[in-house]
Design a protein around this ligand. Structure first.
Ligand SMILES: Cc1cc2nc3c(=O)[nH]c(=O)nc-3n(C[C@H](O)[C@H](O)[C@H](O)COP(=O)(O)O)c2cc1C
Length: 246
């Protein structure tokens, strides 16, 4: 089946971490955020806020908190995407229905909203020739982010996003075969052979790619990454901000 230009853009996605020393055009960021806001949103809650960070000192503190990712300081734009239950909390109070009470479901709805919105922002950016990368590393030390951005209760930072004009052109990272992701009628675990095929494909990709060449495959790379990112502080942090209390 023929792919559309939109699909071709989606299939060309790769994270960009090096940028030209050139700002976005006037109004461009606002237009990208507007595209983000066009995403579907659970019960129309629009439970997101995006904080643009330009202060070098704040960028430096956030880059350090995120484990020393230099692109956070170097990118022409750095945004922090937050789950934001404040406006719906105010709406509940205005309607005399009481405040929100930290239900997990509201937190989940907000997190899904933020992710959909942010992906729309990145795709819109890529459609204009920009590149970017999500920064989950901000959750290494989310308290620093909350302090730097003066985030109030019921607002929690989820991830950052660097944006700018690309100064690198990485290979597209091979995704799993679609039949491992799209199940027919009932869930089916992948066979060991299918996973081994994918590991072999990823090992070849890691060995041959233009930068950050390494000896690894998908299974060992994700096992290491996930073990290193348990972020045991997250539940307490989220609860302190009014999320996932019950
Ligand atoms: C929520 C989220 C958080 C991420 N956090 C980071 C990060 O902190 N630093 C980074 O360099 N890349 C980060 N990434 C980028 C992923 O590593 C990248 O998307 C993945 O390896 C696939 O590569 P690709 O985007 O080039 O296709 C993140 C991606 C997502 C979706």
């Amino acid at each position: 089946m023929q792919t559309t230009p939109t699909q071709q853009l989606q299939l060309r996605h790769r994270s960009v971490r090096r940028y030209l020393d050139k700002p976005l055009e006037p109004g461009q960021l606002e237009s990208l955020i507007r595209c983000g806001q066009a995403a579907a949103t659970s019960s129309f809650i629009q439970a997101y806020s995006v904080v643009r960070v330009t202060r070098p000192a704040a960028r430096a503190a956030i880059a350090k908190a995120a484990g020393g990712q230099p692109w956070i300081e170097q990118a022409p734009e750095f945004l922090v995407f937050c789950a934001d239950l404040r406006r719906i909390n105010a709406a509940c109070e205005k309607a005399g229905k009481g405040a929100l009470e930290g239900f997990a479901e509201h937190g989940l709805a907000a997190i899904v909203d933020v992710a959909l919105m942010a992906q729309n922002v990145l795709l819109a950016a890529e459609s204009q020739g920009l590149g970017g990368v999500f920064i989950g590393g901000i959750r290494n030390d989310p308290q620093v982010i909350a302090e730097q951005l003066a985030l109030p209760a019921l607002v929690t930072p989820l991830f950052g996003m660097c944006l700018g004009w690309p100064d690198e052109d990485n290979e597209v990272k091979p995704r799993m075969p679609t039949e491992l992701i799209l199940h027919q009628e009932r869930y089916a675990d992948p066979s060991a052979d299918r996973m081994a095929d994918y590991d072999a494909k990823m090992a070849a990709y890691y060995a041959a790619r233009g930068s950050n060449v390494r000896l690894s495959d998908w299974s060992s790379a994700v096992a290491t990454a996930i073990q290193g990112k348990k972020r045991e502080h997250m539940l307490d942090f989220l609860r302190a901000r009014g999320f996932f209390i019950r």
